[in-house]
Design a protein around this ligand. Structure first.
Ligand SMILES: [Zn+2]
Length: 563
């Protein structure tokens, strides 16, 4: 089934490229008389012609052929880049006494070999707990160094070629840089604006970053009195210690309030009340899904059925490993109902609170998909806004999973006791620790993704070191080359800034809600109708302005950082 699906996906991709370069089809659409078209139809036509031009259909034949070659080369390079990362699993070997600090189940899963040593790899299930919990500082440093050297030097050359292909691609279409080409169809609009955004967030987060970094450094000095700075080999470990020692939240206690079934029902109740939606469980024999654990619901709004959702929320063998929302069908008014899926991997019994937050986040995409499924044009149906706005509605819905009044509606332990508001506040404080230096680290990644697509450079590691010095508050770990395994340089290209951009807008939209009553039906209804239900019918900036009654600003985000 999967092999067949991959083959079909490749055919769709090829059809898409062929359509984009189809001069005959372009001529028909470009020759249309647009007089008398309504606003939506005008926008469809404009967008379609814009995308045709962006794929190079109106260039001469030599240029079109070269663009096709570059696209084919780009796919191969992208595959090589990920393959090098996937296949270059590195490791360190240690005597078992050096595993002190790691959870017992992790230690049990790492048996001692014939030579009396334990192997720890650079895969996430190893490296994340190891750098967070291992007491042995040198072992942490050795593993993190291996981790930041994955796919070096192979991917250094691949990256240089990826950037060269993108440079040529953008130049052939008349853009000054790949970043300008890529940003043209996003909210941010231009490459220059990306650079300005990165600098602005860097400035806004500096005070908070320095404050929390000082706490880390002070804690490090208890162990190493002569330490003058703290780097990537120690940050996760000391952040965990600070959360444990100074911001005490007992994760074991927190999860007792989140039995899976109550959380799922709680999520449906909360979002139903917020957006005026009704969910009715569809019997398994009628839903005919791909697995018996999938729960299917019909969605109604004001008595009318508007879509169907499927929740596939637990892990099983061979299943997709992350958490994501997927479309099954995009809704079109009067023609087709929206149908969407959540694919996640949550615990079946008690959930961790971060799983609850992830569930709210992904559900935000699903609600957006269904509510925007009644547009006339499929092009604008569902989550059809600019790419750098897509995360904002789901990042905002996360706030409901952090509110003690909202959580009190469903977070109860087996004794029937509701999660205490004081515990929720403590959880929030612990989560907020490090938000400033995390923002600076994110801006370092964003600067890397932007800068490499704008400035040609002989030595990527040298340039990375310069950018890290300027944007991150943590120093470079010598001998490492993290660009080689930074997969987003391929997937996001110059647009790694998008997640933070969405967060700024999410915080701004959230400021319109009464924080003492997140269920206020008037605000929630306006948000549903003016932002979510519109899909891609208008530019995201206009949707946000319509909802807020003013253009978006950075104020709410800045206030959150300063808290
Ligand atoms: Zn998301």
């Amino acid at each position: 089934m999967r092999e067949r699906a991959e083959a079909v996906a490749q055919q769709v991709q090829k059809l898409d490229t062929d359509l984009g370069l189809d001069t005959g089809l372009y001529a028909v659409l470009a020759g249309l008389d647009a007089t008398g078209l309504d606003a939506d139809a005008t926008r469809v036509l404009e967008r379609t012609l814009r995308d045709f031009r962006r794929s190079g259909v109106d260039q001469d034949e030599t240029t079109r052929d070269r663009l096709r070659e570059l696209s084919e080369r780009a796919i191969l390079l992208s595959q090589e880049f990920s393959k090098n990362i996937r296949e270059n699993v590195r490791s360190i070997r240690l005597t078992p006494d050096r595993l002190a600090g790691l959870p017992q189940d992790w230690v049990d899963a790492h048996p001692v070999d014939d030579e009396g040593l334990v192997t720890v790899t650079t895969d996430y299930p190893d490296v994340v707990p190891f750098r967070t919990f291992a007491h042995d500082a040198q072992a942490r440093r050795d593993l993190v160094t291996e981790f930041l050297t994955i796919a070096w030097p192979a991917n250094d050359r691949v990256l240089q070629e990826i950037f060269a292909v993108r440079r040529e691609h953008a130049a052939l279409l008349g853009y000054a840089s790949w970043a300008d080409y890529d940003a043209e169809v996003k909210m941010i609009g231009s490459g220059k604006a990306i650079g300005e955004f990165i600098d602005r967030i860097t400035e806004l987060s500096t005070a908070s970053a320095e404050r929390d970094k000082a706490v880390l450094l002070e804690r490090l000095r208890q162990d190493r009195p002569d330490a003058t700075d703290i780097d990537g080999a120690d940050v996760s470990y000391y952040a965990e210690l600070v959360r444990k020692e100074q911001l005490a939240v007992d994760a074991q206690k927190v999860r007792t309030y989140f039995p899976f079934e109550s959380v799922r029902q709680g999520l449906l109740d909360v979002t139903g009340r917020l957006f005026g939606l009704e969910w009715s469980l569809v019997p398994r024999e009628d839903a005919r899904t791909w697995h018996e654990e999938v729960a299917t619901y019909d969605v109604s709004f004001q008595g009318e059925r508007i879509g169907r959702i499927h929740l596939d929320l637990h892990p099983r063998e061979g299943k997709y490993k992350h958490a994501a929302q997927f479309d099954l069908a995009r809704g079109v008014a009067g023609t087709q109902l929206a149908e969407g899926v959540l694919v996640c991997n949550f615990n079946r019994g008690l959930m961790e609170h971060d799983e609850v937050v992830t569930l709210f986040h992904e559900f935000g995409h699903l609600v957006h998909h269904v509510l925007a499924g009644r547009t006339e044009w499929v092009r604008f149906s569902g989550v059809a806004t600019e790419w750098d706005f897509v995360e904002a509605p789901s990042q905002m819905l996360e706030e409901w999973a952090w509110d003690s009044d909202v959580l009190a509606t469903f977070a109860r332990n087996t004794d029937g006791a509701t999660i205490p508001a004081e515990l929720v506040r403590a959880m929030r404080r612990a989560d907020d620790f490090g938000k400033g230096y995390d923002a600076r680290t994110q801006m370092f990644y964003a600067a890397l993704s932007y800068d490499f697509h704008v400035h040609e450079t002989d030595d990527l590691t040298d340039r990375l070191r310069e950018l890290m010095e300027r944007y991150s508050v943590f120093p470079h770990l010598s001998g490492t080359h993290m660009q080689c395994h930074f997969g987003h340089l391929d997937g996001y290209s110059s647009a790694y800034y998008t997640y933070m951009w969405s967060l700024v807008i999410a915080k701004d939209m959230f400021s319109a809600f009464d924080h003492g009553d997140l269920f206020d039906p008037e605000v929630a209804g306006a948000y549903r109708d003016k932002v979510l239900a519109q899909g891609g019918r208008r530019d995201a900036a206009d949707l946000v302005e319509d909802f807020l009654g003013r253009p978006y600003t950075f104020d709410a985000y800045a206030a959150w950082l300063a808290e």
